[in-house]
Ligand binder design. Structure first.
Ligand SMILES: *Cc1c(COP(=O)(O)O)cnc(C)c1O
Length: 730
């Protein structure tokens, strides 16, 4: 899903541009441009200031890799694979340079080779890549197992240990134990500047900034103006400047007293990079993905360019001009590196991606999710709710067929903090994809799974008294919501008789009752009789609450309404509305009459490709049971979607239509498990490969889910929730 690309929030232009600046800073480290002018100036530039560059790359990687809502394990795998691939390629590219340097002639080649591959890099600058892999993975698991605070504490301790093996080594050396420890350490890795002591703290910082940003965005969804952002930007910029100055002072002091063994790590480096990154984050605008590729290639290739420039100068006998003048040398290496990288990135984007453009998801039949509409619906429902009432997004049944993780992650991103699932396993999936906040299990969970409820911090519904007792008996404290049966007679404590039992449950030691709710069974109807029944249900519920209050029980959070409950009884003042179907922008039936009629927009579309066009002569039949016989020479299009994908077989022979090329085409014959046929004889310009719309809009026409559902003899909820398993989603 390309949610990030589509998001209306602007891209991180500031970060994109600084990537290139950081790559150039790294070239300064390896060319010392100011060496010919001022020794101290060069030290300040290359040994202190330029040291922000690599940590900046780590924070950037952490920002996109490690944030809580992005805990799909696949992401780490992809990051590791990609980095390893680049590393492998870089090692191979530099073998000639290694040969030239006599690298392979060193003693103890194998152990050293292993050490270099794992920690130091086979050429001086390549350590960055293994450090990315180790540091990224370490930070990932730390944040996952602990929280940011503790992950930060752990990585900070490692950074501190690293410091004393780097810029502060002169102090550690004086202590016998310390110097032994570091001597041992340096046998394994030449520096502490690696994936264990150096990189993790920056990755954690990146993830932290990403999550903090999300939270901030959630808190100020209404005020999107730029004033607070400008203020924050100025503040971050000033802090960056101040801390950079402190870091310069730190570096010069250490240098003066000759304490440094190496000069990559400073006390002020992590806060410096933190503020630098936060500052750059505020600059939004166009995306410059090419800068990312160019800066990476510059980073990888510039040592090669140093060699090339030297050889070139030697060949032309212009060393005096090109190599000995440090500024010219730097500029030459930079020009060669950037020129090469732009050319390589250009070639790559032209030819490299071509075969990747294919999206296998859309080859056959697929669901298209419109997250902007989802966001719109959240806002519309929010406005319909009374003050203080919060949305509990019902994402059971694969989020009504929309894809539970994709939907929940996006809702989490835009600030939804309460979710409802039907089963414990759905709840666990939500946690695994990084969902925070409350997750209520609406249905039955075997009491024996209490430990899992607790482990994943899920809230279980108490479906009756016996269930509550059995759950409490597990001896494991779990959060629960108590469900009251006020007339639906499905799940819940009976509201008429069992006030004693309810009181008893409130006294149970292992149950933390955070909520109490009921469910309405005819809230969708505005018929007089149904309204009376619903009002009775509501009265029963409040009756229970009154009695509890009388008994001195503090009333936890309450909720009554689902989608129709909100639309027909918006005046109720509860803590939550459990909205399902309306959240996805549809109602259960096509001509639903509701008191509120908010502008909801469908989130889902179902599409399929025309895979075959066939000519069927008059009198021939199509499909199982030969239910359709062509009454004229016909053109039939085959769509690779069937009832196994959740498209109801019941629609066969019911005068149902799909949209192709903006026009309606009737479904003919029986819908099969994996295919269906439509008659396109009357449509012009139909070709194989065109996209048919089974649910959703095409041009000015719309095949809406409630109508399709009604035609199949069901309601939207069932239709959507069955589109579950086999369809790809984009
Ligand atoms: C499914 C469900 C909902 C959501 O219902 P919608 O009509 O889709 O909004 C709310 N509450 C309970 C108990 C449910 O089972």
């Amino acid at each position: 899903m390309r949610a990030e690309e589509k998001s209306h929030e602007k891209r991180y232009t500031g970060i994109d541009f600084f990537r290139l600046a950081a790559a150039l800073l790294i070239i300064t480290i390896h060319t010392s441009p100011l060496a010919g002018i001022s020794e101290t100036g060069d030290f300040i530039l290359t040994r202190i200031a330029a040291r922000v560059a690599v940590p900046f790359f780590f924070v950037t990687s952490g920002f996109f890799l490690i944030s809580r809502y992005n805990y799909q394990i696949g992401k780490l795998g992809a990051f590791v694979r990609k980095t390893a691939l680049i590393y492998g390629a870089a090692i191979l590219i530099y073998i000639p340079v290694n040969l030239y340097n006599g690298y392979f002639k060193m003693e103890n080649l194998l152990p050293n080779l292993i050490k270099d591959i794992v920690f130091d890099g086979t050429l001086y600058h390549l350590w960055y890549l293994p450090a990315s892999i180790t540091g990224g993975a370490a930070a990932w698991y730390l944040v996952k197992k602990l929280d940011y605070k503790r992950a930060f504490a752990v990585t900070a301790v490692f950074y501190l240990i690293g410091l004393f093996g780097d810029s502060y080594y002169g102090l550690a050396e004086k202590n016998l134990v310390c110097s032994r420890f570091y001597a041992l350490l340096f046998q394994v890795s030449d520096y502490t500047r690696n994936g264990i002591f150096f990189a993790p703290v920056f990755f954690v910082t990146g993830g932290f900034i990403a999550d903090r940003k999300e939270e901030a965005a959630c808190n100020e969804t209404q005020c999107r103006d730029s004033e607070p952002r400008k203020m924050a930007s100025v503040k971050d910029g000033v802090c960056f400047g101040l801390i950079l100055a402190l870091m310069l002072a730190e570096g010069l002091t250490l240098h003066h007293f000759q304490i440094q063994r190496h000069d990559s790590m400073y006390v002020f480096l992590p806060p410096c990079v933190y503020f630098l990154f936060s500052f750059l984050l505020q600059f939004r605008g166009k995306r410059h993905a090419c800068l990312r590729d160019v800066s990476l290639i510059v980073y990888l290739i510039h040592p090669m360019m140093i060699v090339v420039i030297r050889m070139f100068a030697k060949l032309l006998q212009i060393q005096g001009l090109l190599v000995d003048n440090s500024v010219v040398h730097f500029l030459a290496v930079t020009a060669a590196s950037v020129g090469f990288s732009v050319a390589a990135a250009g070639l790559w984007s032209r030819y490299g991606h071509r075969h990747k453009q294919r999206n296998t998801d859309t080859d056959r039949a697929y669901i298209e999710i419109n997250l902007e509409n989802l966001e719109h619906n959240v806002a519309v429902l929010g406005r319909a709710m009374p003050r203080g009432c919060e949305l509990m997004a019902v994402v059971k049944a694969e989020a009504y067929g929309h894809g539970i993780c994709e939907i929940a992650i996006h809702l989490d991103r835009i600030g939804v903090r309460a979710f409802a699932a039907a089963t414990i396993d759905e709840g666990i999936r939500l946690r695994r994809c990084g969902i925070r906040g409350e997750i209520l299990i609406l249905g039955y969970t075997a009491p024996e799974r209490a430990r899992e409820l607790r482990k994943y911090d899920l809230t279980q519904t108490l479906i009756d008294y016996d269930y509550a007792c059995r759950l409490a008996e597990q001896g494991c404290t779990v959060k629960v919501h108590m469900k009251i049966d006020t007339g639906m007679h499905r799940l819940g404590f009976d509201s008429d008789f069992n006030i004693e039992e309810i009181l008893c449950v409130f006294a149970m030691e292992h149950l933390v009752i955070n909520g109490i709710y009921t469910h309405l069974c005819v809230a969708d109807s505005l018929e007089e009789e149904d309204v009376r029944f619903t009002k009775q249900q509501i009265a029963n519920f409040y009756g229970v609450l009154r009695q509890l209050k009388k008994e001195g029980i503090r009333i936890p959070k309450i909720h009554i309404q689902s989608s129709y409950g909100l639309l027909n009884y918006p005046e109720l003042k509860c803590n939550y509305v459990r909205a399902g179907v309306a959240l996805y922008g549809v109602l259960s039936t096509p001509d639903a009459q509701t008191k509120l009629q908010p502008d909801l927009r469908p989130v889902l579309a179902l599409k399929a490709k025309v895979i075959l066009l066939r000519f069927v002569p008059q009198g021939e039949s199509v499909g199982y049971g030969r239910t359709f016989v062509a009454d004229r020479d016909s053109v039939i299009a085959i769509l690779p979607v069937g009832y196994a994908d959740g498209f109801p077989r019941n629609l066969s022979g019911r005068d149902s239509y799909v949209l192709i090329n903006g026009s309606w085409a009737p479904i003919v014959g029986r819908i099969c498990m994996d295919q269906l046929a439509v008659d396109v004889t009357d449509l012009a310009d139909i070709e194989v490969g065109m996209t048919a719309t089974l649910i959703g809009s095409d041009g000015s026409e719309t095949s809406d889910a409630p109508t399709v559902a009604m035609d199949s003899g069901s309601i939207t909820n069932e239709l959507l929730s069955r589109l579950g398993s086999r369809l790809g989603r984009i």
